[in-house]
Write a protein that binds this ligand. Structure first.
Ligand code: HDD
Length: 748
């Protein structure tokens, strides 16, 4: 950072810049004035800045505008560029006297600080983001003229992931829907795909959005609970507005607690309308498919992470990108004929609480997203990025989905408060990479210096500029649609929107036994937190309409009678694509915790870590103390590591016994001493969370002392590489599902 660079470029004052403190004087007395030498870290060359400095609203490359540069020069200055000699002492009337009002630097510094916070997003406040690139496959050419989908076309992108309900400082691993919003800086104008990690939404009409959010956010009297749906108002809403039942069962499933942003699917949810070069239209739904597969935490892991590492997802994304393990997703589309009914296989395509099962309409890949660069500044980029479902390039248009229609209003409106005025698209992260020549003028935070005198059309004073474009110039042209002649103005919805339960059941019947058990536990936990019995009973009546077993199990855990269904659950065929279980995936970036001990030969430890790294995974050496063991840097100690941080565990040595652990009478040697209880907890948790556990040589002592026995997912042997090979193979399935025991509930 240039501002931190001292005159010698080291981050410290240059040699001789500051005289040694005189006796009795504070060491931080203002330094003597000193001419700086060249900074050690010169500003990046102009070429490197082009990504961060796309063309401005006036179409002038921002690198030509020095004011866009965050930090310039080596000297600390005021906001007006006056060089400062001292920023640590206010101007006083005498050393011990009062501070003077005339101290402009003091007032400017404090005033700016006082206004550093902006309102957080009303929803999706907590998020993490990354830059990347999207490359089209050219497979959608017949469906849309959107240029960014053309074969080999590369488009810069910025993707922000988020939770919905929590505030900016809430934990990452709470049970919630995740936002998955991508800004494509296309040549034809910015395209924002503002989706979620679940393919359906709570409500069918955007007019209810304030209501569902009021119900999900903390109670207005005590402002609790934070970032939770486990409370009365949430369950009151979803049991009364039963269209929410489908989204709710997704939330109660493993999808509500993803293992990583890198391992989530994404969905555009609404049906969009595409138009091709010949003017033909098609209806589509967008899907993001992660290359690493779709994986989740267990509820125990999610809760542990809320305390151990509330930034778990944010850290995971940034660490992976920094390590060069760039996450990737394929963008895919489901394609439907654009008929007047806008239905497919009896499913209303305008109802955002419905999916079209992939078995009926396969997802066709159209391009690849790679996230490859972390933001430089959280506030400037991740916080200030502003998405909008109405930011569409030529070739993609909206449909009349009433949820989408309300969103088209809301996103523009909210930025005016959040980003203080209508010029937020001039903030660098929001600037289109396509040239901009609008006729919007003035307003708060107007950065562009517009020339000309005639911001209206037609005009005869600015040479007629700007000109309007035709189809051949790549203009965005709204798809013309015939409206029914006899349409009545009314507040209502189609009868097809009234089926609220059949797809919730479709989801349920598509789950594996372990996934079903997780769903039951989630309902029981969340409803168990409600104070109002009437709300629990009403939600049980909803569950009875989804499935009798689900309802019965949840009811018994709540200690309530299971109601009979008001209507029999629908007959549905499962959709195997909805289950996360039963697949194998790449293991790139997976973490293997390696418990080592001081007696281990250094070449053993280094060899293990090298082997793990060679497979594209991360080895996390864990030992009794930090620093290094036999030359191997230690990443975690028994005090700082919990199971949540590892995907698999390797007991590579016999860790030392707990300090001061009593040696049972008549026994001697390390094998008979009590294992450090923190290692016991680590092994217990990994065992319970169905993680693969490898046991090599002396590691067996620790495993036995923790009280476990070899079985599914426990790989034992003397050869560390052979054990690691087996661990890696089993990791491809994420967890050892055959070890999962629903009858042995975990403590969380
Ligand atoms: Fe929304 C933010 C996703 C319905 C109103 N929404 C927001 C973000 C995501 C979504 C991912 C965060 C974007 C970011 O990272 O900055 N929202 C959705 C999805 C929806 C949806 C997938 C349904 C399919 N949203 C929805 C409705 C409304 C809103 C029906 C209002 C009528 N959403 C907003 C908002 C937010 C927002 C208030 C808050 C911050 C922002 O827009 O920029 O306008």
């Amino acid at each position: 950072m240039v501002s931190n660079v001292g005159p010698d470029g080291s981050g410290h004052p240059g040699e001789g810049a500051e005289a040694p403190p005189a006796p009795g004087r504070p060491a931080s007395r203002p330094p003597a004035v000193q001419e700086p030498t060249e900074p050690a870290q010169p500003l990046p060359p102009k070429d490197d800045q082009t990504d961060l400095n796309p063309p401005t609203a006036t179409g002038v490359a921002s690198a030509q505008q020095p004011s866009d540069q965050g930090q310039q020069g080596a000297y600390l200055t005021t906001a007006q560029g006056a060089r400062l000699r001292d920023t640590d002492h206010s101007l006083k009337a005498g050393e011990r006297g009062p501070t003077l009002l005339q101290d402009h630097h003091l007032r400017e510094k404090i005033t700016h600080f006082d206004h550093e916070r902006i309102p957080e997003r009303v929803v999706h406040a907590r998020g993490a983001a990354a830059h990347g690139v999207f490359e089209g496959y050219g497979t959608a050419d017949k469906i849309t003229k959107a240029g960014f989908l053309a074969k080999g076309k590369q488009t810069p992108v910025f993707t922000r992931f988020s939770t919905v309900l929590g505030s900016r400082g809430s934990a990452d691993t709470v049970r919630d829907t995740r936002g998955f919003a991508t800004k494509f800086y296309t040549d034809g104008g910015t395209f924002d795909l503002v989706g979620n990690n679940m393919p359906v939404f709570f409500i069918q009409d955007g007019i209810k959005f304030p209501d569902i959010i009021h119900a999900g956010k903390p109670h207005p009297d005590r402002e609790i609970p934070q970032a939770q749906s486990a409370h009365d108002t949430f369950w009151d809403f979803v049991s009364l507005h039963t269209e929410a039942q489908h989204h709710t069962i997704w939330n109660m499933s493993d999808r509500g607690i993803p293992r990583s942003f890198r391992m989530m699917e994404g969905f555009g949810i609404h049906t969009f309308r595409c138009i091709n070069a010949e003017g033909a239209t098609t209806l589509i739904k967008f899907h993001w498919k992660p290359k690493l597969g779709v994986h989740s935490l267990t509820w125990e892991e999610a809760q542990l992470a809320c305390g151990m590492d509330p930034d778990f997802h944010r850290r995971d994304l940034a660490d992976a990108i920094e390590a060069g393990a760039f996450p990737q997703w394929e963008l895919g589309i489901q394609v439907f004929e654009d008929t007047p009914e806008q239905t497919f296989s009896g499913i209303d395509l305008l109802d955002p609480t419905k999916i079209v099962p992939e078995e009926l309409a396969p997802v066709q890949p159209v391009g690849l997203l790679t996230l490859n660069r972390n933001p430089l500044n959280y506030f400037a980029e991740t916080e200030q990025v502003a998405f909008h479902p109405g930011h569409l390039p030529p070739g993609i248009d909206v449909t009349d989905d009433p949820l989408l229609q309300a969103r088209l209003f809301s996103y523009l409106d909210t930025q005016i408060t959040r980003l203080a005025g209508p010029n937020f698209s001039q903030i660098p992260i929001n600037r289109p990479h396509a040239p901009v020549n609008d006729m919007f003028r003035d307003g708060w935070h107007q950065d562009a210096v517009h020339s000309g005198v005639a911001p209206y059309r037609p005009n005869s004073l600015d040479g007629g500029c700007p000109f309007t474009a035709g189809v051949e110039d790549g203009a965005f042209i709204d798809v013309e649609l015939k409206l029914p002649q006899a349409a009545t103005k009314l507040r209502d919805q189609p009868a097809s929107f009234d089926d609220h339960f059949s797809q919730a059941r479709l989801f349920w019947v598509s789950m594996s036994p372990a996934e079903k058990d997780h769903i039951i536990s989630a309902y029981a936990f969340e409803l168990g937190k409600c104070y109002e019995k009437a709300i629990q009973e009403r939600q049980l009546r909803c569950l009875a309409r989804i499935d009798a077993e689900l309802c019965g199990e949840v009811a018994s855990r709540l200690g309530l009678p299971a109601p009979s269904p008001e209507e029999s659950p629908a007959e549905v065929d499962p959709s195997p694509a909805l289950s996360q279980a039963g697949h194998r995936w790449p293991v790139d970036g997976r973490k293997i915790g390696v418990v080592i001990d001081v007696d281990q030969p250094p070449e053993d430890i280094a060899g293990i870590c090298r082997w793990i790294a060679d497979q594209g995974m991360v080895g996390l050496p864990i030992a009794a103390h930090g620093g290094a063991v036999n030359g191997q840097p230690i990443e975690r100690t028994f005090a700082t590591c919990r199971s949540i941080e590892v995907d698999a565990l390797l007991l590579a040595g016999s860790p030392p016994p707990a300090p001061d652990a009593p040696v049972p009478a008549g026994q001697a040697g390390s094998g008979s001493q009590q294992l450090d209880p923190r290692v016991t907890v680590l092994i217990d948790e990994c065992f319970r969370q169905s993680k693969v556990i490898g046991v090599v040589g002396a590691g067996r002592t620790a495993f036995d002392q923790a009280g476990h026995h070899p079985g599914p997912g426990v790989v034992t042997g003397e050869d560390a590489v052979a054990v690691l090979g087996e661990i890696t193979d089993q990791l491809a399935a994420h967890r050892v599902w055959s070890r999962y025991r629903p009858d042995q509930p975990s403590p969380a």
